[in-house]
Structures are given as structure tokens and as C-alpha cells.
Design a protein around this ligand. Structure first.
Ligand code: DP6
Length: 320
């Protein structure tokens, strides 16, 4: 009744922003992401009849804040009449830094919980279950370049191209380590209800998905760079035009955007993307990794730089 799984965060290239069904947490749009290799979360789930309640420990510290979402995730995977669980989580990157730690946490949780309860769910089923806890988590069940599509009442997720077929690098410029002012789930609802750009965001997403999917299949970096930056800035425009405005960037985020533009204008193959937080993620060819890392490290306001290749989907490490 105990199992441990590992999952890596993913970074969206074509973003998920908005929900079509809040009860089942279904996204309003499809999305495309890359799964990272070098940052990971491990979740050990022990279902134990002697426990009076669930307990979550993250990097050796009790974490009451995330416990309700993890407990709800366990209910979805194991059933509501399950035994209580001890959940031990280990993350090799800063949890509160807005680096998609919830995606890797929920992806690892569904794999571990399913194994601990003795069920043999498919990866597709586990992706759906992870998505009910956090939309982006569904993508971390798969490796490489991953597409999430909307299907009636559900999502379907698949790898478009393995990471080793096009080994891009992701350089993360951390510009603030504080918690987000507003969660992405809440912010999406504010956008849906108030942003005048929300409906055109939904309308245009299929075109961006088509261009990005083709660029990935053709390994056309320029094409991918163009559509991804455009899609990211559109998502943030939807947020900025919401009431109240949702602005996740800080001045260092803008400095990093300028650094990436300067690098590109001097010949580097690099583009940026930014999620619901102030960190900037630069995606580049392997040959440009060192230059991008150095330039972002030297950018005013950057407090840390992490880098990663592309990796596999969530996997079970052990079960007993
Ligand atoms: C900006 O997956 O965190 O990172 O489903 O409410 O948990 P919930 O949202 P979440 O949203 C991710 C939003 C994003 C874009 C993306 O990852 O596609």
C-alpha cells in the first residue's frame, strides 16, 4: 500500500488559460508543452489504516496549505472511501518559485496513488486524473513535446515528438522567489468573466496549436519561436485587460525579455515564454545554451538561473 513516483514539471509553449468546466477542471483550450528532464518532484504515498487523517510533508516540512488539493487528488484516484494517506514529497527545485511544481506534484501523486492502491490505470487515465487536480499536470504524464487536446467531457494527451529527437534546452531565469499574488485557477476565472480579449483568445488558439505542432514535427525553430512568443504575450494581454488586472511580471521579467531579444538579434536561436508568475523561461538550441545562461545570469534582477533538457513523463520508482 505504498508507492513512490517521480514526475518533472512541464513548460507550456502554447498556453492553457481558461476553464470550460470548473467542476471537472477541464481546460477551455488545448495546449502544447515540453516536459523537463532535470527538475523533478518525487511523491511517496502510503495508504495506512492506522492514520486518522491525511498528512503531507514537503521537503521534510509539514505542508497544510497544499494538503486539501492532494487529498482531493487521492480521492479521485483511489476513491473517497480510501484509507488515509501519509504523503512525502521531495522536490529538487524551489517549490514556491512559480516553476510549475503543482504539475509535477500532481502527476507524481496520481502515479504513486494508483500503484499504492493496486490499480492498473493506463497513462491516458492517469493524465485525465492529474488534469482534474491541475490542468497542466495532465501533460507531465508524457515526455518530450506534449499536446493536450479537448475531447467531449475529458482531455486526451499525447507526445508529438520525443525530447531526444529535438533536444532543446530550457533556461529558467528566476526573478522572484515569493508566492504568486493570485493563483492561476482564480486568475483564469477573472479573465473569463472580465477580459474583453478572452473570446478572441479562445477563437485563435486552434491556429496557434496547428502552427506549433507543425513547427515541432518539422523541427523548425524560427516558426516555433514566433508562434510561442505570440501565444504567451496574448495570454498575458488577456490577463492585463482583466478587471482587476492580473500582472505577474516584475521589472526583471521585462529585463529578461530584452535579454532574449538581444540574443536573438545577435544570432542566438532562443525565444521566451512566461507563465502565471514573474519567471522567464528561455527555450533555445543546445548550441546556444551557454550563451543564453550567461546572458540571463547577468541580467539585472535575476536571482537564480536553472537549466534543463527535455525529459520523460511521470514514472513509478517503487511500490510495496
Ligand atoms: C499559465 O494548471 O496551474 O501555466 O488547472 O487551475 O491548476 P489549474 O491551472 P494550472 O494553470 C497553468 C497555466 C499556465 C499555462 C500552462 O501551463 O499551460
Amino acid at each position: 500500500m505504498r508507492a513512490t513516483a517521480r514526475a518533472q514539471p512541464n513548460i507550456a509553449l502554447i498556453k492553457y488559460w481558461g476553464k470550460r468546466d470548473r467542476v471537472n477542471n477541464l481546460p477551455a483550450v488545448g495546449s502544447i508543452s515540453v516536459t523537463l528532464a532535470d527538475l523533478y518532484t518525487e511523491m511517496c504515498v502510503s495508504l495506512d489504516e492506522t492514520l486518522a487523517s491525511d498528512r503531507l510533508v514537503v521537503n521534510e516540512l509539514e505542508n497544510a496549505a497544499m494538503l486539501p488539493r492532494i487529498s482531493a487528488c487521492l480521492d479521485n484516484v483511489v476513491g473517497r472511501s480510501r484509507r488515509h494517506a501519509q504523503i512525502d514529497s521531495r522536490c529538487n527545485f524551489p517549490v514556491a518559485a512559480g516553476l510549475a511544481s503543482s504539475a509535477s506534484s500532481f502527476a507524481a501523486t496520481v502515479v504513486a496513488a494508483s500503484a499504492a492502491s493496486g490499480s492498473t490505470s493506463s497513462t491516458a487515465e492517469l493524465a485525465s486524473l492529474a488534469g482534474r487536480s491541475s490542468g497542466s499536470a495532465a501533460r507531465s504524464l508524457y515526455g518530450g513535446f506534449v499536446e493536450l487536446r479537448n475531447t467531449p467531457g475529458d482531455v486526451s494527451v499525447e507526445t508529438i515528438l520525443d525530447g531526444d529527437q529535438w533536444p532543446l534546452k530550457v533556461i529558467i531565469a528566476v526573478t522572484s522567489e515569493g508566492p504568486k499574488p493570485v493563483s492561476s485557477g482564480e486568475a483564469m476565472e477573472i479573465s473569463r468573466k472580465t477580459s474583453p480579449f478572452y473570446s478572441s483568445w479562445l477563437e485563435n488558439q486552434p491556429d496557434d496549436l496547428d502552427v506549433a505542432r507543425a513547427a515541432i514535427r518539422e523541427q523548425d525553430f524560427e516558426k516555433l519561436a514566433g508562434v510561442c512568443e505570440h501565444n504567451c504575450l496574448k495570454m498575458h494581454s488577456v490577463m492585463w485587460a482583466s478587471r482587476p488586472a492580473i500582472v505577474y511580471w516584475n521589472s526583471a521579467t521585462l529585463n529578461c525579455m530584452q535579454t532574449v531579444r538581444d540574443l536573438r538579434s545577435t544570432g542566438s536561436a532562443v525565444f521566451f515564454t512566461i507563465d502565471a508568475g514573474p519567471q522567464l523561461k528561455a527555450i533555445c538550441l543546445e548550441s546556444d545554451e551557454q550563451r543564453v545562461r550567461e546572458a540571463l545570469s547577468a541580467t539585472t534582477g535575476v536571482v537564480d538561473v536553472l537549466s534543463s533538457g527535455l525529459g520523460d513523463g511521470a514514472r513509478l520508482l517503487e511500490s510495496a
